[in-house]
Design a protein around this ligand. Sequence first.
Ligand SMILES: NC(=O)c1ccc[n+]([C@@H]2O[C@H](COP(=O)([O-])OP(=O)(O)OC[C@H]3O[C@@H](n4cnc5c(N)ncnc54)[C@H](OP(=O)(O)O)[C@@H]3O)[C@@H](O)[C@H]2O)c1
Length: 266
Amino acid sequence: MNKIVVITGGSMGIGKATATLFRQKGDIVLSVARQIDEEFPDFSYVADISNEEQVKNIITQIGEKYHKIDVLVNNAGIGVNGALELVPSNVFENTMHVNIEGAYLVTKFALPYMQKGAKIINISSVSGLFASPFRSLYCFSKSAIQMMTMCQRMELSKAKIDVCAVCPGEVKTGFMKRRVRIEDTNERYGKQVERAFAFLDKHDEGKRMPPEKVAKAIYKQAKRKKSKPFVIVGGSFKLIYLGVKLLPTSWVLALTNKFMGGGNID
Ligand SMILES: NC(=O)c1ccc[n+]([C@@H]2O[C@H](COP(=O)([O-])OP(=O)(O)OC[C@H]3O[C@@H](n4cnc5c(N)ncnc54)[C@H](OP(=O)(O)O)[C@@H]3O)[C@@H](O)[C@H]2O)c1
């Protein structure tokens, strides 16, 4: 039977690839984003997920029309890089509103339409599992998603609603180009910020996985009777995670900082 699948950020990138895969499998996919999906206007709901009224409004519309939500994919998110000290407060607030509050609001209003057997799949990131310098705001917004997933997995287990996090590594979408870049520095960081950005930008040109690979991982968890609490997408990141688990945290942080921290202050 066709499932009703709600995907936030289904208008591009990972969300679009996931929407396409679910549609190919015969499910009804409803995308929630700030821009309409021109290809599927009748299945596209325009809302800013950080706005409670807008979220309540569109989820109510979906609930009244389809009467249930079988799968919710909390995918919409934004990226930000920079020294935490120098990130303007409005950028901090917006990142938290979209990446954390957005997932909370959509879940909160969707749950009344979700019954036994329904699934919530939160798109986290490997940045929610490992820390990296000059990316702290994004890392801690995604680690909040990890924690929200695990708490809700327990809270909703009696209701038999399954909750899982999918943590992609580096994916080829426009996400890195769209991320907020705070390149400000001061005497504390010197050229570290510039070098950390250069590392990321160089890395950005490298081999990133296609969004379809993440879509497959999301679909696989949606179809499992019981999903895993979280899955990492991207072979090298699975290995890194193993290292993070086995090595002392001080070593992991020192090594990460050596590669990503922009070197010594000058
Ligand atoms: N790309 C990567 O390397 C990577 C790696 C790990 C995890 N992730 C995570 O995967 C998710 C999707 O990333 P992506 O690479 O597909 O990014 P993307 O190509 O930039 O797409 C982001 C999607 O989120 C929507 N969105 C952004 N802000 C929104 C808001 N306030 N309200 C409603 N929708 C909003 C965008 O649509 P509108 O602009 O139309 O609103 C868009 O559809 C994010 O949560 C990201 O953190 C990405």
